[in-house]
Design a protein around this ligand. Sequence first.
Ligand code: AMP
Length: 462
Amino acid sequence: MSFSHLGLSEKVLAAVAATGYKEPTPIQDQAIPHVLAHRDVLGIAQTGTGKTAAFTLPMLTLLEKGRARARMPRTLILEPTRELAAQVEESFAKYGANHKLTVALLIGGVSFGDQDFKLTRGVDVLIATPGRLLDHFERGRLLLTGVELLVIDEADRMLDMGFIPDIERICKLVPFTRQTLFFTATMPPEIQRITEQFLHNPVRVEVARPATTLATTAQFLVKSGREDFDKRDTLRRLIHAAEGLKNAIIFCNRKRDVATLYRSLKRHDFSVQALHGDMDQPARMAALDQFRKGEVTLLVASDVAARGLDIVDVSHIYNFDVPFHADDYVHRIGRTGRAGRSGTAITLVCGSNDAKAVAAIEKLIGRTIPYMDAPDGAGTASESGAAAPRSNGGRRHGERRSQGHRAHGGGARQPQRPANSVTRIEEARTRRAPQPPARSRNDDGDAAHLPAFLLRPVPVKA
Ligand code: AMP
Protein backbone atom coordinates (compact mmCIF):
# COMPACT_ATOMS: atom_id res chain seq x y z
CA MET A 1 0.00 0.00 0.00
CA SER A 2 1.41 3.42 -0.91
CA PHE A 3 0.87 6.86 0.65
CA SER A 4 -1.36 7.97 -2.22
CA HIS A 5 -4.56 6.33 -0.90
CA LEU A 6 -4.48 8.20 2.43
CA GLY A 7 -5.94 11.50 1.16
CA LEU A 8 -2.78 13.60 1.67
CA SER A 9 -2.25 16.67 -0.52
CA GLU A 10 0.03 16.66 -3.58
CA LYS A 11 2.57 18.87 -1.82
CA VAL A 12 2.79 16.48 1.12
CA LEU A 13 3.02 13.43 -1.13
CA ALA A 14 5.89 15.08 -3.04
CA ALA A 15 7.77 15.72 0.23
CA VAL A 16 7.18 12.14 1.38
CA ALA A 17 8.46 10.84 -1.96
CA ALA A 18 11.56 13.01 -1.54
CA THR A 19 12.32 11.38 1.84
CA GLY A 20 12.30 7.99 0.13
CA TYR A 21 9.54 6.37 2.24
CA LYS A 22 7.94 3.65 0.17
CA GLU A 23 4.84 2.90 2.24
CA PRO A 24 3.11 4.20 5.36
CA THR A 25 3.83 2.55 8.70
CA PRO A 26 0.80 0.94 10.43
CA ILE A 27 0.15 3.99 12.65
CA GLN A 28 0.31 6.28 9.60
CA ASP A 29 -1.96 3.99 7.61
CA GLN A 30 -4.54 3.86 10.38
CA ALA A 31 -4.41 7.42 11.74
CA ILE A 32 -3.94 9.72 8.73
CA PRO A 33 -7.38 9.26 7.08
CA HIS A 34 -9.11 9.98 10.43
CA VAL A 35 -7.01 13.09 11.07
CA LEU A 36 -7.91 14.35 7.60
CA ALA A 37 -11.59 13.66 8.39
CA HIS A 38 -11.22 16.00 11.45
CA ARG A 39 -11.73 13.18 13.95
CA ASP A 40 -10.07 13.09 17.37
CA VAL A 41 -7.49 10.31 17.47
CA LEU A 42 -6.17 8.34 20.42
CA GLY A 43 -2.94 6.79 19.18
CA ILE A 44 -1.32 4.15 21.34
CA ALA A 45 2.15 3.97 19.91
CA GLN A 46 5.76 4.40 20.88
CA THR A 47 8.42 6.44 19.18
CA GLY A 48 10.03 4.50 16.38
CA THR A 49 6.66 3.56 14.91
CA GLY A 50 6.50 6.60 12.61
CA LYS A 51 3.97 8.42 14.78
CA THR A 52 5.48 11.87 14.21
CA ALA A 53 4.70 11.66 10.50
CA ALA A 54 1.29 10.19 11.41
CA PHE A 55 0.27 13.59 12.75
CA THR A 56 2.65 15.90 10.84
CA LEU A 57 1.63 14.81 7.33
CA PRO A 58 -2.14 15.26 7.72
CA MET A 59 -1.61 18.49 9.68
CA LEU A 60 0.34 19.92 6.75
CA THR A 61 -2.47 18.94 4.42
CA LEU A 62 -5.12 20.54 6.66
CA LEU A 63 -3.06 23.71 7.13
CA GLU A 64 -3.02 24.38 3.38
CA LYS A 65 -6.44 26.01 3.87
CA GLY A 66 -6.57 29.20 5.94
CA ARG A 67 -3.88 31.47 7.33
CA ALA A 68 -2.31 32.40 10.64
CA ARG A 69 -3.24 35.46 12.68
CA ALA A 70 -0.98 37.45 15.00
CA ARG A 71 -0.37 35.77 18.37
CA MET A 72 -3.00 33.12 17.60
CA PRO A 73 -1.34 29.83 16.59
CA ARG A 74 -3.54 27.63 14.41
CA THR A 75 -2.21 24.36 15.73
CA LEU A 76 -0.40 23.43 18.93
CA ILE A 77 1.84 20.41 19.60
CA LEU A 78 2.84 19.63 23.18
CA GLU A 79 5.98 17.60 23.80
CA PRO A 80 7.47 16.53 27.15
CA THR A 81 11.07 17.45 26.37
CA ARG A 82 12.93 20.08 24.40
CA GLU A 83 14.66 17.46 22.28
CA LEU A 84 11.38 15.90 21.18
CA ALA A 85 9.98 19.34 20.43
CA ALA A 86 13.04 20.16 18.32
CA GLN A 87 12.71 16.82 16.54
CA VAL A 88 9.09 17.55 15.63
CA GLU A 89 10.17 20.93 14.29
CA GLU A 90 12.69 19.12 12.08
CA SER A 91 9.90 16.87 10.81
CA PHE A 92 7.87 19.93 9.81
CA ALA A 93 10.88 21.31 7.97
CA LYS A 94 11.35 17.98 6.15
CA TYR A 95 7.75 17.11 5.31
CA GLY A 96 6.71 20.76 4.87
CA ALA A 97 9.46 21.55 2.36
CA ASN A 98 6.82 22.48 -0.24
CA HIS A 99 4.75 24.63 2.11
CA LYS A 100 5.14 28.19 3.26
CA LEU A 101 4.11 27.66 6.86
CA THR A 102 5.49 29.32 9.96
CA VAL A 103 6.58 26.96 12.71
CA ALA A 104 7.62 28.28 16.13
CA LEU A 105 9.25 26.46 19.02
CA LEU A 106 8.56 27.43 22.63
CA ILE A 107 11.10 25.53 24.68
CA GLY A 108 13.62 26.44 27.33
CA GLY A 109 16.94 27.63 26.01
CA VAL A 110 15.65 28.93 22.67
CA SER A 111 15.80 32.70 22.20
CA PHE A 112 12.61 34.31 23.50
CA GLY A 113 12.91 37.30 21.15
CA ASP A 114 12.99 35.23 17.94
CA GLN A 115 10.03 33.12 18.97
CA ASP A 116 8.07 36.16 20.13
CA PHE A 117 8.71 37.86 16.79
CA LYS A 118 7.31 34.81 14.99
CA LEU A 119 4.28 34.73 17.29
CA THR A 120 3.59 38.39 16.56
CA ARG A 121 3.52 37.70 12.84
CA GLY A 122 1.34 34.61 13.28
CA VAL A 123 2.31 30.94 13.38
CA ASP A 124 0.69 27.95 11.76
CA VAL A 125 2.33 25.39 14.01
CA LEU A 126 3.43 26.04 17.57
CA ILE A 127 5.51 23.28 19.17
CA ALA A 128 6.01 23.66 22.91
CA THR A 129 6.82 22.08 26.22
CA PRO A 130 3.89 22.67 28.62
CA GLY A 131 5.73 24.82 31.19
CA ARG A 132 7.25 27.16 28.62
CA LEU A 133 3.91 27.51 26.80
CA LEU A 134 2.15 28.53 30.01
CA ASP A 135 4.95 31.02 30.77
CA HIS A 136 4.30 32.76 27.46
CA PHE A 137 0.56 32.58 27.94
CA GLU A 138 0.75 34.13 31.41
CA ARG A 139 2.89 36.96 30.07
CA GLY A 140 0.13 37.70 27.58
CA ARG A 141 2.35 36.94 24.58
CA LEU A 142 0.01 34.34 23.20
CA LEU A 143 -3.68 33.61 22.64
CA LEU A 144 -4.83 30.02 22.46
CA THR A 145 -8.35 30.75 21.23
CA GLY A 146 -7.39 30.24 17.57
CA VAL A 147 -6.10 26.67 18.01
CA GLU A 148 -7.92 24.40 15.55
CA LEU A 149 -5.89 21.28 16.26
CA LEU A 150 -4.07 20.19 19.41
CA VAL A 151 -1.51 17.36 19.54
CA ILE A 152 -0.53 15.89 22.89
CA ASP A 153 2.46 13.64 22.31
CA GLU A 154 4.09 11.15 24.71
CA ALA A 155 1.28 11.68 27.23
CA ASP A 156 2.46 8.93 29.57
CA ARG A 157 5.85 10.56 29.78
CA MET A 158 4.11 13.87 30.57
CA LEU A 159 2.44 12.02 33.44
CA ASP A 160 5.82 10.71 34.69
CA MET A 161 7.20 14.22 34.63
CA GLY A 162 4.28 15.75 36.52
CA PHE A 163 2.94 17.76 33.56
CA ILE A 164 -0.64 16.48 33.68
CA PRO A 165 -2.02 19.52 35.60
CA ASP A 166 -0.43 21.77 32.94
CA ILE A 167 -1.94 19.65 30.17
CA GLU A 168 -5.37 19.88 31.78
CA ARG A 169 -4.99 23.65 32.02
CA ILE A 170 -3.92 23.98 28.40
CA CYS A 171 -6.80 21.75 27.23
CA LYS A 172 -9.19 24.18 28.92
CA LEU A 173 -7.52 27.21 27.31
CA VAL A 174 -7.93 25.96 23.73
CA PRO A 175 -11.40 26.04 22.07
CA PHE A 176 -13.75 23.19 22.98
CA THR A 177 -14.35 22.56 19.28
CA ARG A 178 -10.71 21.93 18.36
CA GLN A 179 -9.57 18.59 17.00
CA THR A 180 -7.32 16.64 19.38
CA LEU A 181 -4.67 14.03 18.53
CA PHE A 182 -3.41 12.25 21.60
CA PHE A 183 -0.44 9.88 21.61
CA THR A 184 0.71 7.69 24.46
CA ALA A 185 2.71 4.47 24.70
CA THR A 186 0.75 3.13 27.68
CA MET A 187 -2.67 3.76 29.19
CA PRO A 188 -2.35 4.16 32.97
CA PRO A 189 -5.61 5.21 34.74
CA GLU A 190 -4.61 8.90 34.89
CA ILE A 191 -4.12 8.99 31.12
CA GLN A 192 -7.39 7.12 30.58
CA ARG A 193 -9.14 9.82 32.64
CA ILE A 194 -7.60 12.65 30.60
CA THR A 195 -8.61 11.04 27.31
CA GLU A 196 -12.19 10.63 28.55
CA GLN A 197 -12.28 14.26 29.65
CA PHE A 198 -10.67 15.94 26.65
CA LEU A 199 -11.17 13.77 23.55
CA HIS A 200 -14.47 13.81 21.71
CA ASN A 201 -15.51 10.41 20.41
CA PRO A 202 -11.93 9.53 19.43
CA VAL A 203 -10.84 6.88 16.96
CA ARG A 204 -8.53 4.52 18.80
CA VAL A 205 -5.48 3.46 16.82
CA GLU A 206 -3.09 1.01 18.44
CA VAL A 207 0.13 -0.38 17.03
CA ALA A 208 2.36 -3.15 18.36
CA ARG A 209 4.40 -2.20 21.37
CA PRO A 210 8.13 -2.29 20.76
CA ALA A 211 8.20 -4.73 23.71
CA THR A 212 7.19 -7.29 21.14
CA THR A 213 9.57 -6.12 18.41
CA LEU A 214 12.96 -6.53 19.99
CA ALA A 215 14.04 -9.44 17.82
CA THR A 216 16.94 -7.57 16.23
CA THR A 217 18.54 -6.62 19.55
CA ALA A 218 20.70 -9.12 21.45
CA GLN A 219 20.15 -8.50 25.16
CA PHE A 220 22.38 -9.50 28.05
CA LEU A 221 22.73 -8.93 31.76
CA VAL A 222 26.11 -8.71 33.40
CA LYS A 223 26.81 -8.90 37.14
CA SER A 224 28.78 -6.02 38.56
CA GLY A 225 30.05 -4.92 41.96
CA ARG A 226 27.69 -2.65 43.84
CA GLU A 227 29.93 0.42 44.13
CA ASP A 228 29.72 2.97 41.35
CA PHE A 229 33.47 2.58 41.10
CA ASP A 230 33.07 -1.15 40.27
CA LYS A 231 30.27 -0.43 37.84
CA ARG A 232 32.36 2.10 35.96
CA ASP A 233 35.20 -0.40 35.74
CA THR A 234 32.86 -3.12 34.44
CA LEU A 235 31.41 -0.72 31.91
CA ARG A 236 34.81 0.30 30.59
CA ARG A 237 35.81 -3.31 30.12
CA LEU A 238 32.52 -4.12 28.39
CA ILE A 239 32.95 -1.25 25.97
CA HIS A 240 36.50 -2.22 25.31
CA ALA A 241 35.56 -5.84 24.59
CA ALA A 242 32.48 -5.04 22.51
CA GLU A 243 32.26 -6.56 19.07
CA GLY A 244 31.38 -4.16 16.29
CA LEU A 245 30.80 -1.22 18.56
CA LYS A 246 30.06 1.68 16.26
CA ASN A 247 28.49 3.92 18.85
CA ALA A 248 26.69 3.45 22.14
CA ILE A 249 24.24 5.15 24.46
CA ILE A 250 24.86 4.55 28.15
CA PHE A 251 21.81 5.13 30.33
CA CYS A 252 21.88 6.21 33.96
CA ASN A 253 18.81 6.61 36.16
CA ARG A 254 19.82 10.00 37.56
CA LYS A 255 21.21 13.07 35.88
CA ARG A 256 23.78 13.46 38.65
CA ASP A 257 25.15 10.03 37.72
CA VAL A 258 25.16 10.99 34.03
CA ALA A 259 27.52 13.86 34.85
CA THR A 260 29.75 11.68 37.06
CA LEU A 261 30.00 8.84 34.55
CA TYR A 262 30.63 11.28 31.72
CA ARG A 263 33.54 12.83 33.60
CA SER A 264 34.94 9.43 34.45
CA LEU A 265 34.80 8.16 30.85
CA LYS A 266 36.31 11.39 29.61
CA ARG A 267 39.13 10.99 32.10
CA HIS A 268 39.71 7.53 30.70
CA ASP A 269 39.99 9.06 27.23
CA PHE A 270 36.82 7.69 25.76
CA SER A 271 35.17 9.70 23.02
CA VAL A 272 32.07 10.72 24.97
CA GLN A 273 29.32 13.29 25.37
CA ALA A 274 26.59 13.68 27.99
CA LEU A 275 22.88 14.46 27.70
CA HIS A 276 20.81 15.34 30.75
CA GLY A 277 18.19 17.84 31.82
CA ASP A 278 20.54 20.21 33.67
CA MET A 279 22.54 21.04 30.57
CA ASP A 280 21.49 24.21 28.79
CA GLN A 281 19.76 23.86 25.46
CA PRO A 282 22.69 24.70 23.14
CA ALA A 283 24.88 22.19 25.02
CA ARG A 284 22.20 19.48 24.73
CA MET A 285 21.73 20.13 21.03
CA ALA A 286 25.49 20.18 20.44
CA ALA A 287 25.96 16.88 22.30
CA LEU A 288 23.21 15.20 20.30
CA ASP A 289 24.51 16.58 17.06
CA GLN A 290 28.02 15.32 17.73
CA PHE A 291 26.68 11.88 18.55
CA ARG A 292 24.41 11.77 15.50
CA LYS A 293 27.25 12.79 13.20
CA GLY A 294 29.58 10.20 14.72
CA GLU A 295 31.97 12.82 16.08
CA VAL A 296 31.73 11.13 19.47
CA THR A 297 31.23 7.42 20.02
CA LEU A 298 29.54 7.31 23.41
CA LEU A 299 26.58 9.27 24.75
CA VAL A 300 25.83 9.06 28.46
CA ALA A 301 22.19 9.97 28.93
CA SER A 302 19.24 10.05 31.27
CA ASP A 303 15.89 8.58 30.23
CA VAL A 304 14.00 11.82 29.95
CA ALA A 305 16.66 13.56 27.89
CA ALA A 306 16.98 10.60 25.54
CA ARG A 307 13.35 9.59 25.32
CA GLY A 308 12.14 9.20 21.78
CA LEU A 309 15.26 10.63 20.19
CA ASP A 310 15.51 9.67 16.59
CA ILE A 311 19.02 8.32 16.34
CA VAL A 312 18.63 5.65 13.74
CA ASP A 313 21.82 3.68 13.90
CA VAL A 314 23.01 2.90 17.43
CA SER A 315 24.99 -0.34 17.71
CA HIS A 316 25.12 -0.74 21.50
CA ILE A 317 23.06 0.24 24.53
CA TYR A 318 24.49 -0.03 28.04
CA ASN A 319 22.24 0.28 31.05
CA PHE A 320 24.64 1.52 33.69
CA ASP A 321 21.62 1.34 36.02
CA VAL A 322 18.69 -1.02 35.69
CA PRO A 323 15.81 1.39 34.98
CA PHE A 324 13.28 1.92 37.78
CA HIS A 325 10.40 1.36 35.37
CA ALA A 326 10.25 -1.66 33.08
CA ASP A 327 8.79 0.56 30.34
CA ASP A 328 11.97 2.63 30.33
CA TYR A 329 13.95 -0.49 29.53
CA VAL A 330 11.86 -0.93 26.40
CA HIS A 331 12.45 2.69 25.42
CA ARG A 332 16.17 2.45 26.02
CA ILE A 333 16.53 -0.74 24.05
CA GLY A 334 14.40 0.81 21.32
CA ARG A 335 17.34 3.11 20.53
CA THR A 336 19.19 0.18 18.95
CA GLY A 337 18.23 -2.58 16.54
CA ARG A 338 16.10 -0.02 14.65
CA ALA A 339 14.92 -0.42 11.10
CA GLY A 340 16.00 -4.06 10.98
CA ARG A 341 19.60 -3.34 12.02
CA SER A 342 21.08 -5.56 14.66
CA GLY A 343 22.05 -4.17 18.03
CA THR A 344 23.32 -5.23 21.42
CA ALA A 345 21.96 -4.13 24.78
CA ILE A 346 23.77 -4.92 28.02
CA THR A 347 22.47 -4.16 31.50
CA LEU A 348 24.68 -4.00 34.59
CA VAL A 349 23.02 -5.75 37.51
CA CYS A 350 24.11 -5.54 41.13
CA GLY A 351 22.18 -6.50 44.22
CA SER A 352 18.69 -7.73 44.94
CA ASN A 353 16.87 -4.48 44.07
CA ASP A 354 18.33 -4.64 40.57
CA ALA A 355 17.34 -8.32 40.32
CA LYS A 356 13.74 -7.37 41.20
CA ALA A 357 13.72 -4.64 38.56
CA VAL A 358 15.10 -7.12 36.01
CA ALA A 359 12.32 -9.58 36.88
CA ALA A 360 9.74 -6.84 36.15
CA ILE A 361 11.42 -6.13 32.80
CA GLU A 362 11.45 -9.80 31.86
CA LYS A 363 7.75 -10.03 32.71
CA LEU A 364 6.98 -7.02 30.51
CA ILE A 365 8.97 -8.17 27.50
CA GLY A 366 7.91 -11.79 27.96
CA ARG A 367 11.37 -13.28 27.81
CA THR A 368 14.34 -14.06 30.02
CA ILE A 369 17.46 -11.99 29.45
CA PRO A 370 20.57 -14.20 29.71
CA TYR A 371 23.56 -13.33 31.86
CA MET A 372 26.91 -13.02 30.11
CA ASP A 373 30.23 -13.36 31.94
CA ALA A 374 31.60 -10.17 33.43
CA PRO A 375 34.67 -9.05 31.49
CA ASP A 376 37.86 -10.49 33.00
CA GLY A 377 39.25 -8.39 35.81
CA ALA A 378 36.09 -6.28 36.13
CA GLY A 379 36.01 -4.40 39.39
CA THR A 380 39.76 -4.72 39.97
CA ALA A 381 41.17 -1.84 37.98
CA SER A 382 42.05 1.52 39.41
CA GLU A 383 39.40 4.08 38.63
CA SER A 384 42.06 6.63 37.78
CA GLY A 385 43.03 4.60 34.77
CA ALA A 386 46.34 3.33 36.21
CA ALA A 387 45.31 -0.32 35.84
CA ALA A 388 43.24 0.10 32.73
CA PRO A 389 41.93 -2.87 30.77
CA ARG A 390 44.36 -4.64 28.52
CA SER A 391 44.00 -4.00 24.82
CA ASN A 392 41.74 -7.02 24.43
CA GLY A 393 39.54 -5.81 27.28
CA GLY A 394 41.00 -8.38 29.67
CA ARG A 395 39.33 -11.23 27.82
CA ARG A 396 40.86 -14.45 26.58
CA HIS A 397 40.60 -14.52 22.82
CA GLY A 398 37.62 -16.38 21.44
CA GLU A 399 35.43 -16.02 24.49
CA ARG A 400 31.81 -14.94 24.24
CA ARG A 401 31.86 -14.44 20.53
CA SER A 402 28.50 -16.14 20.37
CA GLN A 403 27.13 -13.37 22.57
CA GLY A 404 28.05 -10.73 20.07
CA HIS A 405 30.78 -9.39 22.28
CA ARG A 406 34.44 -9.80 21.59
CA ALA A 407 37.71 -7.91 21.46
CA HIS A 408 37.28 -4.59 19.80
CA GLY A 409 39.89 -2.39 18.23
CA GLY A 410 39.11 0.34 20.74
CA GLY A 411 36.92 2.48 18.50
CA ALA A 412 35.51 4.35 21.49
CA ARG A 413 38.78 4.57 23.27
CA GLN A 414 41.78 6.71 22.69
CA PRO A 415 45.24 5.96 24.07
CA GLN A 416 45.56 5.83 27.84
CA ARG A 417 46.61 8.88 29.73
CA PRO A 418 48.76 8.42 32.80
CA ALA A 419 46.86 8.40 36.07
CA ASN A 420 46.89 11.62 37.93
CA SER A 421 46.55 12.15 41.62
CA VAL A 422 43.86 14.84 41.35
CA THR A 423 41.62 12.36 39.60
CA ARG A 424 42.13 9.82 42.35
CA ILE A 425 41.27 12.34 45.04
CA GLU A 426 38.15 13.39 43.14
CA GLU A 427 37.05 9.80 42.75
CA ALA A 428 37.66 9.06 46.41
CA ARG A 429 35.48 12.08 47.25
CA THR A 430 32.78 10.85 44.93
CA ARG A 431 32.81 7.46 46.61
CA ARG A 432 32.67 8.85 50.12
CA ALA A 433 30.06 11.50 49.41
CA PRO A 434 26.79 10.83 51.28
CA GLN A 435 24.13 9.65 48.86
CA PRO A 436 20.65 11.17 48.85
CA PRO A 437 17.83 8.68 49.42
CA ALA A 438 16.79 6.67 46.39
CA ARG A 439 13.99 8.28 44.44
CA SER A 440 11.07 6.41 43.10
CA ARG A 441 11.42 7.80 39.63
CA ASN A 442 14.00 9.30 37.35
CA ASP A 443 14.85 12.82 38.35
CA ASP A 444 15.48 14.36 34.97
CA GLY A 445 12.89 16.81 33.80
CA ASP A 446 12.08 19.66 31.55
CA ALA A 447 13.86 22.60 33.06
CA ALA A 448 11.41 24.96 31.38
CA HIS A 449 8.87 23.84 33.95
CA LEU A 450 10.98 24.95 36.91
CA PRO A 451 11.25 28.34 38.63
CA ALA A 452 13.80 30.58 36.93
CA PHE A 453 16.40 30.36 39.69
CA LEU A 454 16.59 26.60 39.10
CA LEU A 455 17.10 27.06 35.40
CA ARG A 456 20.69 28.17 35.69
CA PRO A 457 22.83 25.46 34.08
CA VAL A 458 24.99 23.51 36.52
CA PRO A 459 28.56 23.74 35.29
CA VAL A 460 29.90 20.31 34.41
CA LYS A 461 33.61 20.09 35.11
CA ALA A 462 35.43 18.87 32.03
P1 AMP B 1 8.97 8.31 14.93
O1 AMP B 1 8.20 7.15 15.49
O2 AMP B 1 8.09 9.40 14.49
O3 AMP B 1 10.04 8.76 15.90
O4 AMP B 1 9.74 7.83 13.59
C1 AMP B 1 10.78 6.91 13.64
C2 AMP B 1 11.61 6.90 12.36
O5 AMP B 1 10.88 6.31 11.28
C3 AMP B 1 12.06 8.26 11.86
O6 AMP B 1 13.43 8.16 11.55
C4 AMP B 1 11.28 8.52 10.61
O7 AMP B 1 12.03 9.28 9.69
C5 AMP B 1 11.06 7.11 10.10
N1 AMP B 1 9.82 6.94 9.30
C6 AMP B 1 8.62 7.54 9.53
N2 AMP B 1 7.72 7.13 8.63
C7 AMP B 1 8.33 6.24 7.82
C8 AMP B 1 7.93 5.45 6.70
N3 AMP B 1 6.67 5.48 6.24
N4 AMP B 1 8.83 4.65 6.12
C9 AMP B 1 10.10 4.59 6.59
N5 AMP B 1 10.56 5.30 7.64
C10 AMP B 1 9.68 6.11 8.26
